[in-house]
Design a protein around this ligand. Structure first.
Ligand code: HBI
Length: 371
């Protein structure tokens, strides 16, 4: 197949601003190229793309078409009833104008943006558009436009997990991929004997609930290493002021290979989402290193963690629950964590599900099948 992949408009690919969907897109691209498909990626121009491609080897060989323009406002900063905002010289609009011009060269267009415009444009395009929805329901305007596409174009909308699907009124029309990405297991090295430290990985932003992980670090006295894009500086400052004595260290944002070198050294990763996390790519990256996952029983991670075997599922927003789970980490066999990643989240499994989704869209009489 000839594919055109349109990335998230909130940041350049590899910048970390796009969170998990950056890993999703680059892993889908690599796996499809490996399978002999041809593709192009359309993403916001990055002042540092050369540096990014050097630092993140997985990005270097991907064919990226860079589009200029103003980045889109992150949807999770908006309120449910807010109107859709499009800035002047919108990079999102510029990306889709490019797609409109080249669409005849492709069999299928894949949208990774959680934005109104790509859904609205779907009926105006001649080339079929597949939509990978990377977050749970956030706004009424988005729910409305996604629902109209889900009904008009059966099988065109894919979600990561059932928990995420259930947040949408059109859940029954979604293709459920059962995962938000596969991972290249060869990039993750199993670590049997970690340091006495915990990890937290994610965009530093309120919806990720970092403060609970910091509170658990203060109570247990176990150092917490924090990785991810510094998206909301004020939020971070508030946490530092509120927990001046917590044993925490912000390490920064790292490409996959560098991240796993540090993540594997940890006794567990803490996942403390305030919102319904669509999937939780960091959970399967941790498992691939043999790192148990301690996660709130909310959204995607609750469909990934095998409670008591590869980590623990904790009552949502309960810091005590996190502390009790940390105290039971010695009962988890780290090699079982690695095995779960191999059995359930390999690129092979991911590639098969993605190909099936696309082929069903290209076949005329297709009915969505939820795995
Ligand atoms: N916000 N408007 C908008 N568009 C996106 O594509 C988007 C976003 N916020 C977060 C985000 N994408 C990704 O970090 C998640 O999909 C993983």
């Amino acid at each position: 197949m000839k594919l055109l992949l349109l990335s998230t408009p909130v940041g350049p690919l590899g910048s970390g601003l796009g969170g998990g969907v950056e890993l999703t897109l680059s892993n889908i691209a690599q796996e499809l190229l490996r399978r002999g498909h041809t593709l192009k990626i359309v993403a916001p121009v990055s002042a540092r793309v050369a540096a990014l491609q050097e630092s993140d080897s997985s990005l270097s060989k991907l064919p990226i078409v860079e589009i200029p323009g103003t980045l889109q406002i992150p949807a999770q900063t908006q309120n449910r009833s807010d109107p859709i905002l499009i800035p002047a010289n919108s990079v999102l609009a510029n990306m889709w104008e490019y797609a409109r011009q080249v669409q005849a060269d492709f069999d299928i267009i894949v949208n990774f943006a959680y934005d109104w415009l790509p859904f609205y444009l779907t009926p105006f395009f001649q080339t079929p558009i597949a939509h990978f929805v990377s977050m749970a329901s956030l706004s009424d305007a988005m729910d409305k436009i996604m629902e109209s596409v889900a009904i008009k174009f059966p099988g065109s909308i894919a979600v990561c997990t059932r928990a995420q699907a259930e947040t949408f009124p059109f859940a029954r029309h979604c293709i459920c991929l059962g995962m938000g990405s596969g991972i290249d297991l060869s990039l993750y090295d199993f670590c049997p004997h970690p340091e006495n430290q915990l990890a937290w990985v994610g965009r530093i932003a309120p919806e990720k609930g970092l403060e609970d992980a910091v509170a658990a670090a203060e109570i247990t006295g176990i150092p917490l290493k924090i990785f991810g894009k510094m998206q909301d500086e004020n939020y971070w400052q508030q946490i530092c002021q509120h927990y001046p004595n917590a044993p925490i260290e912000y390490r920064g944002f790292f490409p996959t290979v560098e991240l796993q070198k540090q993540l594997r050294q940890c006794r567990a990763i803490l996942m403390t989402p305030r919102w319904v996390e669509a999937f939780g790519n960091v959970a399967i990256e941790a498992l691939a290193c043999g790192v148990p996952v301690i996660a709130y029983q909310r959204g995607g991670p609750s469909e990934i963690v095998r409670d008591g075997e590869t980590g623990f599922l904790v009552k949502p927003d309960s810091v005590d629950g996190l502390v009790q789970a940390i105290a039971r980490l010695h009962t988890i066999d780290r090699s079982r964590c690695r095995r779960q990643a191999e059995e359930e989240y390999s690129m092979e499994i991911w590639g098969n599900r993605i190909e099936k989704w696309f082929r069903n869209i290209l076949k005329p009489s297709s009915s969505p099948a939820c795995d």
